[in-house]
Design a binder for this molecule. Sequence first.
Ligand SMILES: CC(C)(COP(=O)(O)OP(=O)(O)OC[C@H]1O[C@@H](n2cnc3c(N)ncnc32)[C@H](O)[C@@H]1OP(=O)(O)O)[C@@H](O)C(=O)NCCC(=O)NCCS
Length: 178
Amino acid sequence: MPPLPESLADGFVLLRPWRAGDLPQRYEGFADELCQRHSWPRVEPPTRAEVDEAFARPGDDLNLAIADAARPDRIWGAMSVYDLSDAQHRAAIGYWVAPWARGRGVATRSLRLLAGWTFAALGLERLELTCGPDNPASARVAERCGFTREGVLRSHMLFKDSRRDTVVYSLLPGELTA
Ligand SMILES: CC(C)(COP(=O)(O)OP(=O)(O)OC[C@H]1O[C@@H](n2cnc3c(N)ncnc32)[C@H](O)[C@@H]1OP(=O)(O)O)[C@@H](O)C(=O)NCCC(=O)NCCS
């Protein structure tokens, strides 16, 4: 994964590497009920150590903080690029936004910024995004950025105490909407 430019920003949101000082806000944002429902696969909520570990895994994942561009120490959420295949020019993207920052276009703007960067810097030919069938807000974010809903992977994953379907979206070069 090539290094991210020092930051990606659009005047409202700022995507940047995580800093040690962000960790309490990251836990507070992710410990929220909606993030637990959609982005945490286990029934039991994560501990602070598990959240820290989940965002610090070695490997090819790119984990970024979403911050307030006007106050870069204020954390609004998280974006990640994962499942990067250099051979297939393909990757997946995921996100969550803290309850105090929702409903103001933070996820939509951040997804646009990071998706644009992955096509330009990584030379991707396909970007994937997945969500649960019961997550209309995430589906709306994907569709606002130009992603196409491709279908449903039935019984795709272990989630909480049963199996869950997964809705698959994709974005190809040139499809990102302004
Ligand atoms: C999904 C999530 C990231 C959206 O963040 P956000 O910054 O509030 O998103 P935005 O403001 O950019 O856009 C949200 C869109 O969803 C819509 N929306 C929100 N709740 C909705 C609901 N229950 N049903 C339908 N649409 C909904 C909003 O109206 C908005 O669309 P619009 O601008 O066309 O009106 C946030 O709710 C979240 O973190 N959820 C928990 C974690 C999660 O689901 N992560 C994604 C896993 S795939």
